[in-house]
Design a protein around this ligand. Structure first.
Ligand code: BEZ
Ligand code: FE
Length: 295
């Protein structure tokens, strides 16, 4: 496509300036900065792609469909932000690298407040289908001192790739919380994570299909760790060797979060003496918290 003429470029730039000027009186400086940057970037997108009116209408129709499918249980806008990598970019910007602090990743739509307190060594599976998996580690600060009493929230999909909130009944499974002991240690039973697709029966799924992308998430276990005086950490543990580590649909994988899953044969004694009928697995994962007040 040929370059627009000088006169055409002048007209386009004048419009950008007029819109920017319209926001000049925004009282809150941060709001002003955000609406001005949004204006600049949106106009640059339209001008760079030489967007047609029909294409803009298609875009508006798409966003309208995203709105229509969104309700209390389904947030298609977050899903859109996730598959565009915008959620992960925001997390990256807002949780900057701090010493050896554990990296953050996407929150996702399946966390539910008020999970059961399973206690140290308890079972977060709660009947979820899957191979039993013993998960243990420590929570420390960046100097290696234990963080006692840290809240560890865990949630995960079952072996069929379903979270309990997708079961269609009121069962609570694959979620729970516990607190670290005086040595900052935590441990619990869960199920070995398996891959699953993000909800793809809506406009975001349509976008993925139109662009030849897979809806699959790399296998993972969600962890959120909170303690007074520390930056809250929302992260995942990803089993090494998973088929989707390089193509996670929401760009959530960080190399530092990929861990070995140690498979155990059925006769191997469990760490807490629990009687496990078949094979089981174990994952060790140490969490390091950044101090509060650091982005
Ligand atoms: C999840 O891991 O639960 C998730 C994250 C982003 C989009 C959909 C699901
Ligand atoms: Fe998940």
């Amino acid at each position: 496509m040929s370059e627009p003429s000088a006169e055409q470029q002048e007209r386009e730039e004048a419009l950008v300036e007029r819109v920017l000027t319209s926001f000049a009186g925004t009282p809150d400086p941060r709001t002003k900065e955000l609406v001005e940057a949004l204006t600049r970037h949106l106009h640059a997108f339209v001008r760079e792609t030489r967007l047609t009116e029909a294409e803009w209408k298609r875009g508006i129709d798409f966003l309208t469909a995203v709105g229509h499918i969104t309700d209390d249980r389904r947030q298609e806008f977050i899903l859109l932000s996730d598959v565009l990598g915008v959620s992960m970019q925001t997390i990256t910007v807002d949780n900057q690298a701090y010493a050896n602090a554990t990296e953050a990743t996407v929150f996702g739509p399946f966390f539910v407040e008020g999970s059961p307190d399973v206690g140290l060594g308890g079972d977060v599976a709660g009947g979820a289908r899957g191979e039993p998996c013993w998960v243990s580690g420590t929570v420390t600060d960046t100097d290696g001192s234990p963080v006692a009493g840290a809240l560890v929230e865990v949630w995960e999909a079952d072996a069929d790739g379903q979270y309990d909130v997708q079961y269609g009944d009121d069962r609570v499974a694959g979620r729970g919380h516990l607190h670290t002991d005086d040595g900052g240690r935590y441990r619990f039973w869960a199920v070995t994570p398996t891959p699953y697709p993000i909800p793809d029966d809506g406009p975001v799924g349509e976008l993925l299909r139109a662009t030849g992308r897979s809806p699959m998430r790399a296998s993972h276990l969600h962890l959120m760790v909170r303690a007074e005086g520390y930056r809250t950490l929302v992260t995942h543990v990803f089993p090494r060797g998973d088929a989707y580590l390089d193509s996670d649909s929401v760009f959530g994988v960080r190399d530092s979060l990929v861990v070995d899953v140690h498979q155990q044969i059925p006769t191997t004694p469990t760490p807490d003496g629990r009687d496990v009928a078949g094979p089981w697995a174990r994952i060790d994962f140490d969490v390091v918290l950044a101090p509060a007040g650091h982005r």
